[in-house]
Design a protein around this ligand. Structure first.
Ligand code: LR7
Ligand code: MN
Length: 581
């Protein structure tokens, strides 16, 4: 059962969940959504499957829905290896244009088979795992897409059909989120109509991925919903572990391991070792990190599920009734972003678990850069913070002063949902689910931009070339911009100057014998070279007893922070500011 609130009110809550979804559907339809709203098969779908509620054994094939067509060994990228086409002239230009348009090398993708095989990327133990095929719940796979390239979209569909056991796959629902590319119109409908179990529905205005997915979910007949992005490739055996886990535990939301497909070479990367789990930093940016020991000692084997504080967002399976009970998604979220952390917080705080199954692998093409505007992500994150983070939302706002100004709409319904489900608070989440995340002190007057007094509006700034590898570069000075990010620092009671908009956190340091400020990773016990004393505006490096000064760089007009003998000059004075006002 589904935890405290659920145990008492589950059937009612369920019905209400469904009513709410139907009401939402009606609303969406009114708003002009869902040109092809077909009636759902019976409003009362089966009760969620679990060992305690056995369903009559089903028959069906364990083989995939479709067989993989023969493919010659030397076909391009036929086994997931990297491909680089030797192009010149017109062809090279076409390839570049395709990258320009999709931020993915779709010129190459179009030349790789839609039915290619993938190299084995799972733990060998996964092959020996047995599944209750006859008893497992069936799933609807829901794939929303917006202006996706032909071959990446079709390869996703074929890979689902060619890797999913027939007996487990109810259907594949493709939701066109009001794309305007020609190839996604009649031609796509025609191509898909020839495929078994595949349905195509179209929004008739741009809904964004949250409402597009919900439109698909509202039509789903399967007991489980499995969401995928529209540029994925499923690895052999990806589906069984997800469904088996949900069969064992209805309130488990289960993600596959996400392997990387290179946007330029279409190489299928990833490994059979231990997967990474999801976290976030205090800007509410999703992060990956290694499995903590506290989790590893709980696992009964290397192929046991791994609990994860958050999910990346696009690829997961959930019992459909449980998804509705949990409040599906926040329909006030637009386009892209934020829904993954919102859902992660909600799963944990409201009694579910979020897990990654090491035996389920799915590849995802990470584009070169975002192919469409994602400016709504900020408002979406604010909605998540406002509903789920309690007073900890301030830590987020400190690092994104602009978020405080962002109009985020009405979240009262989502707060009511939280109350109705009697969800736990964010402190519980941090303490229990994500203890690795340090909670900043953010003492008044000791966080924000660190501005120099002698210069006009110049602030400490750190701009790592690689977001995921922040240590090693020099701290600089830059005109204050007031948007947090690279200019956000926190001075702690442990005398560190923390650069903690990222995970893992950086700490400003000075190597012995040098006078430059560089970034290192923070440590459990603060190293001597990371200690600073901030007093009366002076910033003294404790180990060297020298002061941080804005120093004119080779008599140009630009300044850098360096250690100098203390003089009390304004160029050695620093003060924290929260925003530009
Ligand atoms: O307006 C839109 N309408 C849509 O239907 C915008 C997007 N979409 C579709 C889109 O075509 C795609 O199928 O929604 C899906 C996700 O959009 P992407 O692929 O542009 O997103 P992403 O892969 O860059 O981003 C990740 O974070 C998102 C936050 O909102 C979503 O949760 C994505 O599903 C998620 N992707 C993954 O988790 C795959 C692994 C990436 C990582 C880490
Ligand atoms: Mn994606």
């Amino acid at each position: 059962m589904w935890g405290r609130a659920a145990r008492r009110r589950c059937p009612r809550g369920l019905r209400r969940g469904r009513e709410a979804l139907l009401a939402l559907l009606a609303l969406l339809a009114l708003a002009g959504l869902g040109a092809v709203l077909r009636t759902r098969r019976g409003a009362g779908t089966a009760q969620p499957g679990s060992p305690s509620t056995p369903r009559p054994p089903r028959s069906g094939r364990r083989e995939p829905v479709l067989p993989r067509p023969e493919l010659s060994e030397d076909a391009l990228g036929a086994r997931g290896e990297a491909v680089r086409l030797p192009l010149e002239g017109v062809e090279l230009r076409l390839q570049q244009e395709s990258i320009q348009l999709h931020q993915i090398n779709t010129y190459l993708s179009d030349r790789i088979s839609l039915h290619r095989r993938l190299p084995e990327r799972w733990n060998p133990l996964c092959k020996e795992k047995k599944y209750d095929f006859e008893n497992l719940p069936r799933t609807s796979v829901v794939i929303a897409f917006y202006n996706e390239a032909w071959s990446t979209l079709l390869r996703t569909v074929y890979s689902v059909l060619e890797t999913s056991p027939d007996i487990l796959l109810e259907e594949v629902i493709l939701v066109d989120d009001y794309s305007n590319r020609e190839h996604l119109k009649e031609r796509l409908a025609e191509e898909l109509s020839a495929l078994p179990k595949v349905r195509l529905i179209r929004a008739n205005k741009r809904e964004g991925l949250v409402r597009a997915r919900l439109l698909g979910a509202s039509m789903a007949r399967g007991e489980v919903l499995t969401f995928l992005d529209c540029h994925c490739e499923c690895h052999e055996g990806w589906l069984e572990p997800l469904l088996q886990r949900i069969y064992e535990k209805e309130s488990a939301v289960v993600c596959p391991v996400i392997d990387v497909i290179d946007w330029n070479t279409f190489e299928y990367l990833g490994n059979s070792g231990e997967p990474q789990i999801g976290g976030f930093d205090w800007r509410l940016v999703f992060t990956w990190h290694v499995v903590p020991d506290r989790e590893r000692i709980q696992m009964r084997s290397p192929i046991d599920v791994i609990r994860s504080p958050t999910m990346a967002g696009g690829l997961f399976a959930v019992n459909k009734n449980y998804f509705e009970y949990l409040g599906s998604y926040d329909t006030g979220m637009e386009v892209w972003g934020g829904e993954n952390l919102e859902f992660s917080f909600r799963i944990w705080q409201c009694g579910g678990t979020l897990e990654i199954h090491p035996c389920s692998h799915v590849g995802h093409v990470f584009p070169k850069q975002a192919p469409y505007s994602r400016s709504k992500a900020l408002a979406n994150s604010v909605r998540a913070a406002e509903v789920w983070m309690d007073e900890y939302k301030e830590i987020y706002y400190h690092r994104n002063p602009h978020a405080r100004m962002e109009p985020f709409g009405d979240v009262s319904e989502r707060r009511q949902l939280r109350a109705k489900l009697q969800c736990k608070d964010f402190k519980w989440f941090l303490d229990t689910v994500y203890p690795e995340l340090r909670v900043p002190e953010d003492r008044p007057g000791f966080f924000g931009m660190l501005q120099n007094k002698g210069l006009k509006r110049h602030c400490l700034d750190y701009n790592p070339p690689d977001e995921n590898q922040i240590e090693g570069y020099q701290v600089i000075l830059y005109p204050c911009h007031g948007t947090g990010q690279n200019q956000f620092f926190e001075y702690t009671s442990q005398k560190e100057i923390r650069y903690n908009t990222r995970q893992p956190e950086g700490c400003i340091a000075v190597e012995v014998g040098t006078d430059v400020l560089i970034m290192q990773l923070c440590k459990e016990t603060v190293p001597e070279n990371q200690k600073f004393i901030l007093e009366d505006g002076s910033l003294v490096h404790e180990q060297s007893k020298k002061c941080v000064q804005a120093v004119n760089k080779d008599s140009s007009n630009s300044f850098v922070p360096l250690l100098r003998e203390c003089t009390n000059s304004d160029h050695q004075k620093w003060f924290f500011k929260e925003n530009m006002s």
